[in-house]
Design a protein around this ligand. Structure first.
Ligand code: FAD
Length: 545
């Protein structure tokens, strides 16, 4: 498999040439929104640079519920257009990366004191399926209490009236963002992480470039671009104010928290969407050896760079889980990991965060800055199409959107069945270091067909335990093909191990740091900095309060 180099070396080469290039489009923000636009625009033949101040997907796009879903609850807001768009997009995105956007049946228990009765749930799910054109076996089913308990024995008998059973997809938001960016590289995209946009340049009142800083060494560069898109998510307003826009805030920041438990402490057999007890609904999603739960929804007024779960978030989620599953008796001591993210919602004065729409909006300023606010992970491709259409209009270029036909890197599978067959095949490969079913599952759902490359890379570490040789090979792969720049990039955005496999991180941390140290030639001080950074992340995510 031919994979483009996407490494620190490539990044340096791009930065070295940055001042001398003229880009058609510069995009600010390497989350799912910026990534989607970058792929769309480069595949339409534009010369594009994507600029991200931290690691790719380190903002909201690694802190979502990780569902590619139609947003059942938006039916409650009568947002049929949004449900239709994201609902139909689910199938498209699944087709583009069947290993990464995986069918997931959702169980919606109906309880005596719950917000929704059987009738309302049945109608709601019917409309949901209809708007998303869901067909065949995937269409919703209404289950009796006994059938619901067969699907999920953890549901208490008392008060259970039945359940709705319907189709969604789960994903890894950060990996989806990464694979979109990597796919863009095949179309000549330049993608820079740890590069911050500090100022705009203008000629005769019109934007014609950016001043950016490589935050790895504080070097400054000028970027010339015919068009600039602001896809900075929770930072959209900050960039709009730097551009001397009208000064009105467009975005409302709503914080959402997820908690992760060992699966043995929260042993759900399948994904659930249940009543939190206050009219809101939350998800519980099993994933390999853990179950995660979320989300909260509260107004956020602090620094978007510093978003963490607090004691109130923990209390709220634990209360909701323990009310639904009284046998579990979960306490803060059971929390293994956690994350918090900010939804950049279009501000609607007078509404509660949970009532605000998830629609997106394009804003074009007098200087020519195109800002995109709001939206959802699920609708990234359609949002990108709309923004790229605006970009093409402003550049006078006529080119149709192609992204519906471009499989994402690692995702050249016809469907999920082929993904399962590929997993089977991986189990039988004797040439490679044997891995457990769970490890193969993780690898294929994380990297798709790039699993072959990683397993090949494992061979040079064959004297180590398979779990460790896998980690070393993943790091090598990340350094060479995914612009990993430090241990945190690998452990958070590339592998998600700090969220979903924290035990292995704790067990192998010295080896992980040692491997980075030898590959990136850290001196003692640098190694110390990376070690303290990971230890402080470990402490924060496993003891949220
Ligand atoms: P971000 O991912 O935040 O990206 C913006 C990027 O801009 C950041 O990485 C930031 O570092 C960068 N940036 C900012 N300023 C600068 C600068 N000066 N220079 C360079 N770069 C800069 N959607 C779904 O479809 N399904 C879900 O299950 C789902 N669950 C969610 C749960 C929660 C708790 C939250 C918070 C959101 C959820 N969403 C979900 C919504 C979805 O996650 C977001 O809509 C999406 O991730 C936003 O992506 P973005 O690219 O716009 O923003």
């Amino acid at each position: 498999m031919e994979l483009p180099e996407f490494s620190l070396r490539q990044r340096s080469a791009w930065l070295k040439n940055l001042d001398t290039q003229m880009y058609d489009l510069a995009i600010i923000g390497g989350g799912i929104t910026g990534a989607g636009i970058a792929l769309d625009a480069s595949s339409r033949g534009l010369k594009v640079v994507l600029i991200e101040k931290e690691d790719f997907a380190s903002g909201t796009s690694s802190r979502s519920t990780k569902l590619i879903h139609g947003g059942l609850r938006y039916l409650k807001q009568f947002d049929f257009k949004l449900v239709h768009e994201v609902g139909t997009e689910r199938a498209v995105v699944h087709h583009l990366a069947p290993h990464l956007v995986i069918p997931e049946k959702m169980l919606l228990p109906i309880t005596e004191n719950g917000s929704y009765g059987k009738w309302l749930t049945s109608i709601g799910l019917y409309i949901y399926d209809y708007l998303a054109s869901v067909e065949g076996d995937d269409q919703r089913k209404m289950l009796s209490a006994t059938q619901a308990r067969e699907k999920e024995p953890l549901l208490p008998e008392k008060g259970l009236l039945g359940a709705g059973y319907y189709a969604e997809y789960r994903t890894d938001d950060a990996r989806l963002t990464l694979e979109i960016i990597k796919t863009g590289l095949n179309y000549g995209l330049t993608a820079l992480n740890y590069t911050r946009v500090d100022a705009f340049n203008y000629r005769e009142g019109k934007l014609n470039g950016l001043v950016v800083t490589d935050t790895k060494n504080e070097m400054q560069y000028q970027v010339s671009a015919r068009c600039v898109v602001n896809a900075a998510g929770p930072w959209v307003d900050l960039l709009r104010s730097m551009n001397m826009d009208d000064g009105k805030t467009k975005v409302f920041l709503s914080k959402g928290v997820h908690l992760v438990f060992d699966h043995r402490d929260f042993p759900v057999k399948q994904s659930l969407y249940f009543d939190a007890g206050d009219g809101r609904m939350i998800f519980a999603i099993p994933r390999n050896t853990v179950t995660y739960v979320g989300t909260t929804e509260t107004a956020f007024k602090g620094d978007p760079n510093e978003v963490y779960p607090d004691a109130e978030d923990v209390f709220y989620l634990l209360k909701a889980v323990n009310a639904m599953f009284p046998e579990l008796k979960l306490t803060p001591a059971h929390i293994r990991s956690s994350w918090a993210g900010l939804r950049p919602l279009i501000r609607e004065d007078g509404k509660k965060p949970s009532e605000m729409s998830r629609k997106d909006e394009i804003l074009i300023s007098d200087t020519g800055l195109i800002s995109i606010a709001g939206g959802k992970l699920t609708g990234y491709r359609k949002m990108a199409q709309r923004v790229t259409n605006e970009v093409c209009n402003s550049l006078g270029k006529h080119a149709a959107c192609l992204t519906q036909q471009i499989p994402l890197q690692g995702g050249r599978f016809a469907d999920h069945q082929e993904v399962l067959e590929y997993m089977e095949e991986q189990m039988g490969r004797t040439r490679w270091i044997p891995l457990s079913k769970e490890e193969i599952n993780y690898l294929v759902h994380t990297y798709g067909r790039q699993t072959d490359v990683i397993r090949e890379m494992m061979l040079q570490y064959n004297s180590e335990a398979p779990a460790l040789s896998l980690i070393h090979a993943e790091i090598d792969f990340g350094l060479r093909h995914e612009c990993v720049t430090c241990p945190a990039d690998y452990l958070l955005q590339r592998s998600g191990r700090l969220y979903f496999d924290i035990h292995t991180v704790r067990r192998y941390l010295p080896e992980i740091l040692g491997h980075f140290s030898s590959k990136l030639e850290y001196n003692a001080e640098e190694l110390d900095i990376e070690e303290s950074r990971i230890n402080s992340i470990l402490k924060r995510i496993s003891h949220p309060s």
